[in-house]
Design a protein around this ligand. Structure first.
Ligand code: C6P
Length: 404
């Protein structure tokens, strides 16, 4: 059995701040020593730019950098290493798809379907693309409890649907969506599918061939890796037929005064010097996830979610949003204390060294649907324990006392 309290010891922030209860992992996770060491080792022992030098340090840095592509390929079960493109994060990955595939393939009269659960990063690029092209932006609505059914998406699909963009896990409610069935339904009408895996990649097994999605995106910093690195997965044939978005070094085949031709994928989409240290330091983060394993991660998380839901329900005057069933959610619980503004709750629990996020969580259409200005969100990671939940509950009692 995995010893999750031993895993916590690998994250030096908890040695430096022993009293910290960190429950804002949906925003960004803490970093294990191995990730920090990988960055230091690169800069202190062999740093050089990648893909350019023919000297030893550049070749070593390039090998370390390219090895991560293979690790990501295995993590998400992609068929080819070339299907893995390094970006700065989920937001850049989604905007890249909108400006490359979207600009070429969306025309007036076409339809794009998203769900109301989407983070703004998987909402606005499609809304804006529709506005630029005269296409129709359609929304699949969740049930009252926030779950999203395949039927709700199917209702929006027509022969005009060209793209369906769906989150795998809601960053506000933790709702797990049926991405596999949604993809199958979208493909039946000939639409392509983008899956936003920002909130699922560190919590659930993600396999792009099993889902059969056309694109899948996520960020390194939400999976124990560094900021500044993200992934854009795309099926090879699609990527090969897409135009590049960022023009510059490393992404060309030949440049003359008259014309330019592009390097093959993935280089075609990786113009300029990449985030070398950040990509290299993503490797130990992936190793950690694979060492612990998604069965153990999910089992631990379900135990924590179930316990947290039970304990939160013991508080008076609390509203919990989303389905209160650990089988239906991942990583996240949103709630409000009925007599306390979410921002006051956030500030008062921080007085007890408990870090949560409050507000609309960059998903305003969803918080509007819930009828609130914002929520308090506790989001979990592999280093959280039941003791952290107890500290959260005590901190919330403190907030309720102040506002009595
Ligand atoms: N959600 C949260 O606190 P970036 O910022 O590009 O790494 O990720 C954007 C993003 C896209 N999709 C989903 C589902 C997300 O949750 C996020 C980031 C953080 O919920 C910061 S707003």
């Amino acid at each position: 059995m995995t010893d999750f309290s031993a895993i916590k010891k690998r994250f030096p922030i908890f040695t430096n701040q022993p009293n910290l209860v960190f429950l804002d992992n949906g925003a960004s996770t803490q970093k294990p020593q191995a990730v920090i060491d990988a960055i230091t080792e690169l800069y202190t022992k062999y740093y050089a730019n990648v893909h350019r030098g023919i000297y030893k340090n550049s070749e070593r840095a390039t090998d370390m950098f390219e090895a991560v592509r293979g690790k990501v390929q295995k993590l998400i079960g992609a068929a080819h290493e070339q299907e893995i493109i390094f970006t700065k994060g989920t937001t850049e990955s989604l905007n890249t798809i909108a400006y490359t595939w979207g600009e070429r393939n969306i025309q007036a009269g076409d339809e794009i379907v998203v769900s109301l659960l989407e983070h703004h990063a998987n909402f606005i690029p499609w809304q804006q693309l529709c506005q630029r092209k005269g296409a129709t932006f359609k929304i699949a609505m969740p049930e009252k409890d926030g779950t999203l059914s395949v039927e709700a998406v199917k209702k929006q699909l027509t022969p005009k649907t060209k793209l369906v963009a769906i989150t795998h896990v809601s960053n506000v409610l933790g709702v797990i969506t049926p991405v596999r069935a949604i993809t199958a339904a979208a493909h039946k009408v000939g639409a392509k599918v983008v899956v936003d895996a920002a909130q699922s990649i560190a919590h659930l097994p993600v396999n792009v061939q099993d889902i059969d999605c056309d694109f899948l995106v996520f960020s390194g910093h939400k999976m124990y890796g560094p900021t500044g690195v993200g992934i854009l997965y795309g099926k090879r044939e699609l990527l090969e037929n897409m135009e590049p978005f960022m023009f510059g070094g490393n992404m060309i085949n030949e440049v003359t005064i008259e014309r330019s031709t592009w390097a093959p994928v993935p280089e075609k989409f990786e113009g300029g010097t990449p985030a070398i240290a950040e990509v290299i330091a993503l490797a130990p983060a992936i190793d950690l996830l694979q060492e612990v394993g998604f069965d153990a991660i999910r089992a631990h998380e379900k135990e924590l979610l179930t316990y947290a839901l039970q304990q939160l329900a013991t508080l008076p005057d609390i509203t919990i949003y989303g389905p209160q069933d650990a089988d239906k959610i991942s990583g996240v619980i949103s709630f409000n204390l009925d007599t306390v503004h979410p921002h006051d709750t956030g500030t008062l629990v921080d007085e007890k060294d408990v870090a949560i996020r409050v507000g609309h969580h960059c998903a305003q259409p969803l918080t509007n649907f819930l009828g609130v200005i914002g929520t308090c969100r506790a989001s979990f990671a592999i280093y959280n324990t039941k003791a952290d939940v107890d500290r959260l509950i005590n901190a919330l009692k403190h907030a309720q006392k102040v506002f009595k």
